[in-house]
Design a protein around this ligand. Structure first.
Ligand code: ADP
Ligand code: ASP
Ligand code: MG
Length: 448
């Protein structure tokens, strides 16, 4: 079994939906196709939900109308026979009416989740009807019938595996199963989601529970690049990368992968291939256990980081101090990304600031607190902490004019991260690109 996930841009227009169908048709054997919402749709749904949250029903309805218009145009162009055209229109009308019903109801968090789920429900229906029109036999299976998260938002792999295997068995002689990325059910059996960008996570979870031969993530770029192509020119596609390095990069900002998406695949040792829908002939990036080590593989950046410094002379020679500090973060369900300590101070970073005020109030009992916002973590992944001489020197030499707020090195063998002001981020990514990577595209050698 293969799992093939296509992202928002890949299903974002009639032309692209046709490309995806051609790719799916060209890959032999049984496969589960995981689709995102068409690009822009989840943002539109989020906007509708935000408007309803503040009781702006009028504008929400205008947004729903825009979405309806977009869908009608797609349906008009995508289908050639009347039957598919009719079925697609019925499905779209049903979906739009559902959104209008939500707009009329009292807003709740549950309604928010229901609204956000609609994009994937529509894209998968449109795609299945298109395959049907092309005489390709397929089955549309609803992620809401098997994708389950627990009270902590974690996927319940055993439950998902059992349910999915039952669902798959109900369809004989079908090679193409289509399902929604992103959406799931929570512990109360309500519709929920795996957070923005979560379709990658869906693909990895499904791949893990069906023990797929490979998980393919088809997107709008030829695999994982050595640096963030949104901010740096001359980046190049990486041929292969280890699970650990890919997980670090995804967590620390490489948008091509949802932050948690690598974990299920890594746990079941299922290779993940990142491919470009618009350039299927390009090799892409293979994430697997046997990736040949490389000093520096890639760089990523994560924004919206806040640093908290706790300074206290009571920490000097004391034990148990860190435990008490960590307990404050645990109580407020806030995870810590980076941490550095000295004899009299601890600095740590968080990206979820919803409980910041309460955290600071609780920490004040331990010493003086300083809070810095608008920071970015820069993550350098590779075979870094293997005592190779010169690597760290080259990294910091490239950054001699940039103030660095924190450094984390040695926590794992394949990552070095540091904290800078977000206003310096683009400069940092470019300086590192020039300093660490040979400039010719397609050449993966590095200068250190
Ligand atoms: P999809 O909609 O297919 O899930 P995303 O927009 O979520 O696609 O992810 C692909 C985008 O990730 C690329 O277009 C690129 O701009 C961005 N990106 C950020 N960092 C990287 C990186 N290191 N390598 C490749 N793409 C990256
Ligand atoms: N449609 C969802 C989003 O835009 C999930 C995804 O595309 O992965 O966040
Ligand atoms: Mg994505």
């Amino acid at each position: 079994m293969l799992v093939l996930k296509f992202g928002g841009t890949s299903v974002g227009s009639v032309e692209n939906i046709r490309k995806v169908a051609t790719i799916v048709e060209g890959i032999s054997g049984p496969k589960i196709v995981v689709l995102s919402a068409m690009s822009g749709v989840t943002n539109g749904l989020q906007k509708i939900s935000n408007l309803l949250r503040v009781e702006n029903v009028q504008e929400a309805k205008a947004e729903i109308e825009l979405l309806h218009h977009k869908y009608k145009e797609v349906v008009q162009e995508l289908y050639e026979d009347n039957d598919s055209f009719y079925k697609a229109n019925v499905m779209i009308s049903y979906n739009i009416n559902l959104l209008l019903d939500y707009a009329k109801s009292d807003f709740t968090e549950n309604i928010d989740k229901l609204i956000l789920a609609q994009g994937e429900l529509v894209s998968t229906n449109l795609f299945q009807l298109y395959l049907e029109e092309q005489n390709l036999s397929s089955a549309l299976i609803s992620a809401l019938d098997f994708m389950q998260i627990d009270a902590h938002g974690e996927p319940q792999l055993d439950v998902i595996g059992e349910r999915l295997s039952k669902v798959l068995k109900t369809h004989n002689k079908v090679d193409i199963f289509i399902t929604q990325g992103f959406i799931c059910r929570n512990k109360n059996n309500e519709v929920d989601n795996l957070k923005r960008g979560g379709s990658d996570y869906t693909a990895s979870i499904i791949g893990a529970v069906v023990q797929a031969n490979q998980i393919q993530i088809w997107t709008d770029i030829d695999g994982m690049h050595n640096n963030d192509p949104r901010f740096v020119e001359n980046t190049f596609s990486i041929e292969e990368i280890s699970f650990d390095e890919a997980a670090e990069l995804a967590y620390f900002g490489a948008k091509i992968l949802h932050p948690q998406s690598i974990i299920p695949a890594k746990e079941k040792n299922i290779p993940v291939l990142l491919k470009n829908t618009f350039k299927p002939e390009a090799k892409g990036t293979l994430i697997h256990t046997n990736a040949k080590p490389q000093n520096i593989r890639a760089i990523a950046a994560k924004d919206n980081i806040t640093a908290i410094k706790i300074k206290s002379y009571r920490m000097l020679m004391a034990y148990g101090f860190l435990k008490k500090i960590f307990e404050v973060f645990e109580q407020h369900k806030t995870s810590i990304d980076m941490i550095t300590t000295s004899e009299v101070a601890v600095s740590l970073t968080i990206d979820n600031t919803t409980r910041l005020d309460a955290i600071v109030q609780d920490l004040e009992g331990f010493g003086s607190i300083e809070v810095d916002a608008d920071l970015s973590i820069i993550c350098i992944a590779g075979d870094i902490a293997q005592n190779r001489k010169g690597i760290t020197a080259s990294i910091f030499k490239s950054l001699e004019d940039i103030p660095i707020r924190m450094i984390s090195y040695g926590g794992s063998n394949y990552n070095l991260s540091f904290l800078v002001k977000t206003s310096d981020k683009i400069a940092v990514l470019n300086l590192l690109n020039n300093g660490l990577f040979a400039r010719k595209p397609n050449e993966q050698s590095i200068q250190v």
